[in-house]
Design a binder for this molecule. Structure first.
Ligand code: PRT
Ligand code: ZN
Length: 284
């Protein structure tokens, strides 16, 4: 019995999907042109596909699991379960106009021709704001549509913003935010459901590790209480004596989210020799 997972063959999610599985201890070889592979250390079979096809494979039961962007599911909803947000492939679907276009609000989009590969999401966005615009569906290179006279504006995925910038476009509205998610076939039971639980346990440990840092620091005895109060940790910090009398070493785990703020507060409270390490796995 093997679980089957569909991941992107080539493109913006391919590397993140492969890296996540490898961090879960699941190795496989995905050479050029390969469409499937067997994992070495986990009962998993991999399919390498175009991202747009992944939800269909999972909905049809050809694959049990898939990794795909939320944008794909929002544009073409399929009967699959979203099991976990994976934190990579983050982007936003944005409306952009030529730099010189004066934009005050959604009403200014009225009557414009907007080029996009996401007509469904854009239609909902415009309808919610009672704006009537003309949607031109194109499948690629959306960003050049205004410069060749095909459209007045675009609605496209953006991550760094450099594609829009180099095409003389300016982002004016965020239509949706997206990241990669793990999807599963509906009604997984028995051995398949048990394997999914095992895989999810590993994925969650990897994600938790990525969202946290291990911190070590030295502090004089009289500052320990104050410094410990700044370290939320999993439970409470580990405190160990240093060879130098009157000093201890504190170890704890802090969230990457407020990392810099915590480090500044620790320094201000008298912490010294602060070391921050990344974590491989974090088992909860
Ligand atoms: O061949 P296949 O169909 O599998 O790939 P694809 O070309 O359709 O998709 P791909 O690899 O471009 O994107 C796969 C998924 O990655 C998307 O569905 C999103 O969920 C996610 N993602 C994250 C992105 C981006 N970031 C992204 N920046 N998808 C596309 N882009 C493109 C965007 O369309 C634009 O052309 O990158 C350009 C903008 O990037 P910046 O950095 O210049 O803003
Ligand atoms: Zn695609």
């Amino acid at each position: 019995m093997k679980l089957k997972i569909a991941i992107q063959k080539q493109g913006k999610l391919a590397e993140g999907s492969t890296a996540l599985l490898k961090k879960c201890g699941i190795g496989f070889s995905n050479g050029q042109g390969k469409l499937r592979a067997e994992a070495e250390d986990f009962p998993l079979e991999l399919f390498f596909l175009r991202d747009d096809d992944i939800p269909d494979y999972v909905a049809d039961g050809v694959a049990d699991l898939g990794i795909v962007g939320e944008n794909i599911l929002a544009e073409a909803p399929k009967p699959v379960d979203v099991v976990e947000k994976l934190g990579f492939g983050r982007c936003r679907l944005s409306i952009a106009v030529p730099k010189a276009f004066e934009y005050a609000g959604a009403a200014d989009l009225g009557g414009l021709r907007i080029a996009t590969s996401y007509p469904r999401i854009l239609t909902e966005f415009l309808a919610a704001r009672s704006v009537a615009a003309e949607i031109h569906e194109i499948s690629g290179s959306v960003e050049i549509a205004p410069s060749i006279g095909l459209a007045d504006a675009v609605c496209d995925l953006v991550s760094s913003g450099s594609t829009l910038f180099s095409n003389g476009l300016r982002e004016i509205e965020t239509v949706m935010r997206s990241e990669s998610v793990l999807i599963a076939r509906r009604g997984l039971t028995g051995d398949s459901a048990a394997l999914l639980d095992q895989l999810l346990f590993r994925i969650r440990s990897v994600l938790a590790a990525e969202r946290n840092k291990y911190i070590l620091l030295n502090a004089p005895n009289e500052k320990v209480a104050e410094i410990a109060s700044l370290l939320p940790g999993i439970k409470s910090p580990t405190v160990m004596p240093l060879a130098e009398p009157g000093w201890v070493s504190l170890h704890s785990v802090i969230s990457e989210h407020d990392f810099w703020e915590v480090v500044e507060n620790l320094k201000a409270a008298g912490a010294e020799g602060i070391l921050v390490l990344s974590i491989d796995q974090m088992i909860k």
